[in-house]
Design a protein around this ligand. Structure first.
Ligand code: TXA
Ligand code: MG
Length: 319
């Protein structure tokens, strides 16, 4: 890899970075809100690498970034409300949660197994040039370690994330300091009532002026949700048993490493947590054939990405 990790976001750096994205590598890039840690949203393994680099202990659905409305419409169903918001506020700090299109080029890890997809067209011209050059939607949470504050300069990214040799981004596209410094507003348009899931650069009032009433997200206990919290998440209809060494009668087995069953699936035969994370939602969906189905899951080590996998499995059991 030639050159420094931080590169001015010019045409040459953008072209190089886009090629890295298509090869499944991570790229950090500037937007008007915060710096994003991007990967090909259609590549489960690349998306798993985002979680590993951030040290995130849970899988939340990620935003897919696209250069324009036309690309956005290939990912999710855009109704009149979505088109009105897009017309008025895109490109800009607004993320729309839409019903996912059947053939959307977005992996199950990107949406955390949900049938909705979050889409955003960032304001910065350089960011859109990068996304256009990638030719694939780019999944990107903020480019910081989990729990750290969101990065608003390329230097913050370099200081917070591991280096290229340790699972971090192979390049940081420097587009100067962010204008907003706060994550985008997230509005859910996948249901009849539009719901504000995360406050941000676009205000509730602006949304309501454009599309009428917008509800505020509340958690299960009816308290306002803290930013980024979701009460809705993927849960299998089948029953789930975790930390299982072997399947009982009638159970389908989701193995890991040597804990395997002849008729089951295996998250990673070599015990690779990155591979396991990449396979998690895809394989759960495959085994989740009916509400009567029973799935037993092998023990997953509670280290690194294993913590996020276990968090997701525990929540799926509780449902
Ligand atoms: O400003 C931003 O939005 C930055 C920059 C890099 O674009 N990105 C960002 O991404 O903040 P992330 O992944 O950290 O935030 C995603 C937010 C979370 O609150 C997540 O719960 C919500 O969007 N979200 C994503 N997909 C969703 C879905 N299908 N349903 C409901 N909420 C979703
Ligand atoms: Mg963040």
């Amino acid at each position: 890899m030639g050159g420094a990790l931080i590169r001015a976001m010019d045409a040459a750096a953008i072209a190089e970075a886009a090629e890295h994205i298509r090869q499944g590598r991570l790229i950090a890039f500037g937007t008007e809100t915060v710096y994003g840690l991007g990967a090909d949203a259609g590549n489960d393994r690349a998306v798993a690498a985002i979680y590993a680099a951030k040290g995130r202990p849970s899988f939340n659905p990620l935003i897919s970034h696209v250069p324009d409305l036309k690309s956005a419409a290939t990912l999710g169903d855009m109704d009149d409300r979505a088109l009105t918001l897009a017309e008025a506020l895109w490109p800009g700090p607004l993320t729309m949660v839409l019903r996912k299109k059947e053939d959307a080029p977005v992996s199950k890890l990107t949406t955390a197994g949900l049938d909705t997809v979050a889409v955003r067209v960032p304001a910065r011209e350089a960011a859109r040039a990068f996304l256009a050059e990638c030719g694939v939607p780019v999944a990107a949470p903020s480019a910081n370690r989990s729990g750290a504050i969101s990065p608003t300069r390329a230097e913050h990214v370099a200081a917070s994330l591991p280096g290229p040799g340790d699972g971090g981004p192979v390049m940081i596209l420097d587009d100067g300091p962010c204008d907003i410094g706060l994550e985008s507003t997230v509005v859910d348009l996948s249901t009849e009532t539009a719901t504000l899931l995360r406050p941000g650069g676009v205000t509730l009032e602006t949304l309501q002026d454009l599309i009428g009433p917008v509800a505020l997200a509340v958690s299960d206990d009816h308290a306002p949700k803290s930013p980024g919290m979701l009460s809705r998440h993927y849960a299998p209809s089948a029953s789930l048993r975790i930390d299982a060494d072997a399947p009982a009668d009638g159970e389908a087995f989701l193995g890991f490493g040597r804990a395997s069953a002849p008729d089951g699936l295996n998250l990673s035969e070599t015990g690779d947590l990155l591979e396991a994370a990449a396979n998690l939602f895809e394989m759960l969906h495959r085994l989740d054939t009916s509400p009567d189905a029973k799935i037993a899951v092998a023990p997953i080590p509670d280290t690194g990405l294993g913590r996020a996998i276990n968090d997701r499995l525990r929540r799926a059991v509780r449902n």
